[in-house]
Design a protein around this ligand. Structure first.
Ligand code: ADP
Ligand code: MG
Length: 477
């Protein structure tokens, strides 16, 4: 099993997570920026020109909070490679210059400027570096924060948690595989790491292997290229506990699935524990081979449900204890009430207010929290409905609300109706047919026509464009 140590303080966030750097509070201080600058300068000397050019050049400092230095790269592939090969040393280099830095977090910031040529190089270089790449660096690192101790149990995750504990505590294999599924940011990875840590504590002789499905696939493809599939097979089949995170990533990748299926069967035959996570139940995973899909459902399938208020409150409370910062209950309640999408965002929101308080040296209050999280909350709060749009538009043009649904074609009602359809398309997630239905059962082509018409008119007529803008602001403001 991967050893604890500095390696575990190097973590990488999933690319599905959108990182918001607009918050000034996360911006690195001048000191941190200069530390990073000088470390960056030394990278070339430390790792050599080729490695620097292929991998490290695009590293960009993004944020620094709580001793975590966040740097970005443009692709997930680079993130993984840097994470396993260079991150540990880079962190050491940073720590030598600033003892306050404790962790290095690599995030993927899509759309980062990086030329096509450079993009291709890493793949090539990966190939060339294969000899150097230690073949036992197959596993993904474990996050030392993700333990059973720090996992808050509530109704939505009780089953998955109980199953995870069973796996750790049983002397035999209780169910095979344990399949944990749930939406993004709800604690699947946390639970898997917790199992790995706990088994490591309890039975250090056991070989526990945790890796993302992507990494499994990458390793497999690498082995294929190097004509090394035998070693690959043997290696995987020698582990006691195999955990594959986010199995949905191998959907549609037939040869990887095939290999995984064989590895899976071989391990099950030897009575070795397998733990899988996915974003959906086995039956809902599309692009998976039927044999594999049914095999995955053989053991215990445990879901993690979307969080409840109680669980979210419990989590922010636990976080507060752990950070040992003074945060009033009212703030925790507010967070648990408002940040409902997933636990990762909830933690992000809490980190943000703590970082803000540290920088501003002001206590955390409900008011400061609302202010700091303004942008985040706005996007959560405001869900504009078509009814609202119709009402506002009718009001603005001084027509009857019923005219939004009526068949009248007179210009003075038809145009506002088109404006409302246009805004409905722009401001809601409704489809054209859905919008059509809301406007007296009109066809989706009518809606499309309206959208085009208004686009055209706003391009031609500035005062009309301004009118539309005024309504939009009234709706979104
Ligand atoms: P997933 O793998 O399901 O996308 P993660 O396991 O990465 O989600 O969880 C996202 C974040 O939320 C992590 O920082 C994790 O520690 C935290 N988290 C999720 N569930 C819990 C929980 N029940 N208790 C404490 N922290 C949690
Ligand atoms: Mg995960």
């Amino acid at each position: 099993m991967p050893k604890a140590g500095t390696e575990n303080t190097v973590s990488t966030k999933s690319s599905s997570e959108v990182v918001d750097y607009s918050a000034e509070t996360l911006a690195p201080s001048k000191e941190v920026m200069s530390v990073w600058k000088s470390v960056y300068k030394e990278l070339r000397g430390e790792f050599g020109e080729a490695v620097f050019r292929s991998w490290l050049k695009p590293l960009t400092l993004q944020a620094c909070y709580h001793g975590t230095l966040e740097v970005s790269v443009p692709t997930r592939f680079m993130k993984d490679w840097i994470g396993t090969h260079y991150a540990k040393r880079i962190l050491e280099m940073c720590m030598e210059k600033d003892a306050g830095i404790k962790r290095l977090e690599i995030v993927v910031v899509q759309g980062a400027i990086f030329s096509d040529d450079d993009q291709k190089e890493p793949e090539k270089k990966a190939n060339e570096n294969k000899a150097k790449a230690d073949q036992f660096e197959i596993a993904s690192p474990l996050d030392e924060r993700f333990t059973f101790n720090s996992f808050v149990v509530g109704k939505p995750n009780a089953l998955a948690h109980a199953a995870a504990r069973r796996v750790v505590e049983s002397t035999s294999v209780p169910f095979n595989p344990l399949f944990i599924y749930g939406g993004v940011g709800l604690g699947k990875t946390h639970l898997m790491h917790a199992i790995a840590w706990a088994i490591g504590d309890q039975a250090p002789e056991k070989q526990v292997m945790y890796l993302s499905a992507e990494k499994f696939m990458y390793q497999f493809v690498k082995a294929l290229r190097n004509n090394d599939t035998m070693a690959f097979k043997e290696f995987f089949r020698s582990v006691d506990v195999l955990m594959i995170d986010d199995i949905q990533f191998i959907a549609g990748k037939e040869s990887t699935q095939e290999e995984f299926f064989h590895t899976f069967n071989a391990l099950v035959d030897q009575n070795k524990q397998i733990i899988i996570s996915a974003d959906k139940a086995p039956s809902d995973l599309t692009g998976l081979d039927e044999r594999l899909r049914s095999r995955l459902a053989w053991g215990l399938v445990a879901d993690i449900q979307p969080s409840t208020y109680d669980l979210r409150f419990g989590i922010v409370q636990a976080k507060r204890d752990q950070l040992q910062v003074d945060i009033p209950d009212s703030v925790l309640e507010f967070l648990a009430l408002k940040v409902t999408s997933n636990i990762r965002e909830l933690e992000g929101a809490l980190n943000r207010i703590v970082a803000h308080a540290e920088v501003s040296k002001n206590p955390i209050t409900l008011e400061s929290t609302q202010e700091v999280l303004q942008d985040l909350l706005r996007s959560h709060d405001r869900r504009i409905t078509i009814d609202e749009i119709q009402r506002k538009v009718a009001e603005h043009y001084n027509i009857r609300l019923s005219d939004m649904h009526s068949a009248r074609r007179a210009r003075q009602v038809a145009r506002p109706r088109q404006v409302a359809m246009y805004l409905a398309k722009q401001l809601t997630a409704r489809s054209l047919p859905e919008i059509g239905r809301k406007f007296g059962g009109r066809d989706h082509t009518t809606v499309m026509h309206a959208v085009r018409k208004i686009e055209e008119l706003t391009g031609e007529d500035a005062s009309f464009a301004q009118d539309v803008e005024v309504i939009r602001r009234a709706l979104t403001g």
